[in-house]
Design a protein around this ligand. Structure first.
Ligand code: SIN
Length: 300
């Protein structure tokens, strides 16, 4: 196994390893150490990995999120696989077409934000559709002591209803599954600073996708601080940008990173997908702790 760092702050490529084959406990432990050190691991060219082998690999690292039913968000045969696709079927855009187009950390709208995510590229557009990852330890550590002290007392309201469902809007109405998803996931408050349970390092927990307010503040009061923190956290020095190839598998630590899709590949929801097709399978590792606190729904 060969390890190559991708930037000064985040990301490593791991080559000379075939994830479709069973891994020894020694290799698994080495991968966990690398994951905690580099936050995002890139395994290029894992084209032999089947959906079942993807799930088996993910199980080596913890408990998985399993969709409560087979629906258009999940793989038709595997409820552990969340389907990220922009495939147009019967003239309709996929409901997950624009998932992740804004900075976020997975499942932060729930009481149990994801520990990690493992994403496998099945179809990649001819151009565009990269994914960017920000190191939220460094984002936190480079703030002033006064700002760190202030943020450590604050909670942000993460509400799935805030996320921008472009594709859903394009269809004219929210589908029953999206409605159910929003209803099931009530707004939660999450600490703005969290401590990683393994490394002990503190990091910022933000989400451009789900957060509009800091708990106890108005949207107008919250926005300038949130805007500042997003700009600070996503400066190029703290970011790794992955240019996908079919077969790439990425594994990231959601407890100290956030990520977003660069949505430059897909601007017309109902047009012929053609060479803009982007299909990825995500298996999500559940967080080990109940971090968020459920809130009453916010008044509009
Ligand atoms: C995600 O937000 O988990 C999806 C990232 C991607 O599609 O690249």
């Amino acid at each position: 196994m060969k390890v190559t760092r991708m930037t000064g702050t985040i990301g490593a490529h791991i080559t000379d390893i075939d994830l479709s084959q069973p891994l020894s406990a020694e290799v698994r432990d080495a991968l966990i150490r690398l994951w905690h050190e580099h936050l995002v691991l890139v395994f290029p060219g894992q084209t032999r990995l089947t959906p079942q082998a993807h799930i088996d690999f993910a199980r080596l690292f913890g408990e998985l999120e399993v969709s409560s039913s087979l629906n258009s968000f999940s793989h038709p045969e595997h409820r552990e696989i969340f389907l990220l696709s922009n495939e147009v079927k019967d003239g309709k855009p996929s409901e997950t077409r624009d998932v992740g187009w804004q900075w976020h950390t997975d499942l932060a709208f729930s009481t149990r934000p994801a520990r990690g995510s493992i994403l496998h590229a099945k179809a990649i557009p001819e151009a565009g559709g990269d994914t960017m990852f920000a190191n939220m330890y460094v984002a936190y550590e480079t703030l002033s002591e006064t700002m760190r002290g202030l943020l450590s007392q604050l909670w942000a309201v993460h509400d799935n209803a805030n996320s921008d469902w472009h594709a859903v809007r394009a269809m004219g109405a929210k589908s029953a599954i999206v409605e159910e998803f929003i209803k099931k996931n009530k707004p939660v408050r999450q600490p703005m600073v969290r401590r990683h349970p393994v490394t002990g390092r503190e990091s910022l927990l933000l989400s451009e996708c789900f957060v509009r307010t800091i708990h106890g503040m108005s949207p107008q009061e919250s926005k300038p601080l949130l805007d500042y923190l997003h700009a600070h956290a996503t400066q190029p020095e703290f970011v790794y940008r992955h240019h996908w190839q079919t077969g790439d598998l990425l594994m990231w630590d959601n407890r100290c990173t956030m990520h977003k899709v660069v949505a430059d590949h897909d601007d017309k929801p109902s047009a012929d997908s053609g060479n803009r097709l982007r299909v990825l399978h995500r298996v999500t590792l559940l967080g080990e702790e109940e971090l968020g606190v459920e809130l009453a729904p916010q008044l509009p």
